[in-house]
Design a binder for this molecule. Structure first.
Ligand code: T3D
Length: 258
């Protein structure tokens, strides 16, 4: 991998965007590496949670604007259909929890990839900007689907039309992200968070994710039926048996994600 760092430790796969000189702006080769890394996260059973972050001062400045001005570069359609769309789809469909740790500015597609995570945290000095409207584009990478669901229609609309830069605290206050960590402890706390999830009943977390993915589009009765189906699946896992046994035996459970 040339444009990202990829490592696995304590059942957590870490994907670090690694083009700090351009604020981790993405081009086709980088998007391909991210997709490859997400495929490994899906297929490697030793990985039970994923942590996505950025190297340097930025999380990700979105599309590499050098790439789009290169006459030999990919078309807008190729960039979106073979890059950003599959990235956010793989994050949402990955049957493992994904923590996104926003270490600095998240702009454009970078902001919308960030909010595709299951648990999104940011360092106190991080900022978020939709950015697209400033260059005449519309928000992509699922942003027009995700952001209004997180923060409400009016806020999403204003954030997307004005592209104002907002702070991590503001993002937390409006429900865009889960927590803000101090700059000094940000990485440690983000890793701890991912490791905590990795030791939990991760099969159950994957089924929770499936239910949440469907929740905004289902009628209440359909969602109840889905919960019924997924709960039956969860009830058949070894982790469920272990969780109940550990509770009754007053000991710490040892979950395996099975
Ligand atoms: O084909 C398509 O376009 C479809 C796909 C669209 C998806 C998208 O993501 S569209 C949105 C693209 N992103 C942007 O428009 C954001 C552009 N960047 C900025 O607005 C600002 O750089 C930031 C708000 C992210 C950060 O501002 P600031 O003042 O902290 O940093 P800076 O000085 O502007 O940037 C630092 C360096 O990163 C700088 O390089 P230099 O001058 O030090 O050599 C800058 O050129 C580079 N950089 C930042 N963003 C990008 C970038 N280089 C290439 N592409 C970028 N997106």
């Amino acid at each position: 991998m040339q444009h990202i760092l990829f490592s696995i430790e304590n059942n957590v796969a870490r994907i670090t965007f690694n083009r700090p000189e351009v604020f981790n702006a993405m081009h086709q080769a980088m998007r391909t590496e991210i997709l490859e890394a997400l495929d490994i996260c899906a297929s490697d059973t030793s990985i039970r949670a994923v942590l996505i972050t950025g190297n340097g001062r930025a999380f990700c400045a979105g599309e590499d604007l050098q790439e789009v001005t290169d006459p030999q570069g990919p078309s807008l359609n190729t960039i979106i259909s073979t890059g950003y769309n599959p990235i956010v789809q793989k994050i949402r469909n990955l049957e493992k929890p994904v923590v996104v740790a926003v270490n600095g500015v998240a702009a454009g597609a970078g902001a919308n990839i960030a909010i595709a995570g299951d648990v999104v945290v940011a360092t106190a000095s991080a900022t978020f900007t939709q950015a697209f409207s400033k260059i005449g584009l519309i928000p992509d990478s699922g942003g027009t689907w995700t952001l209004p669901r997180l923060v409400g229609f009016q806020r999403a609309s204003a954030l997307m039309m004005l592209s104002e830069k907002i702070t991590a605290d503001d993002a937390q206050a409006m429900g865009m992200i889960w927590k803000v960590f101090h700059d000094e402890t940000f990485l440690t706390e983000s890793i701890e968070l991912a490791e905590t999830l990795a030791q939990m009943p991760t099969r159950g977390l994957a089924l929770t994710k499936k239910a949440l993915n469907a929740s905004f589009d289902n009628a209440f009765s359909d969602q109840l039926a889905l919960e019924d189906q997924l709960q039956t699946e969860a009830g058949n896992t070894a982790d469920y048996r272990e969780g109940v046994a550990a509770f009754l035996e007053k000991r710490k459970p040892a979950f395996k994600g099975e």
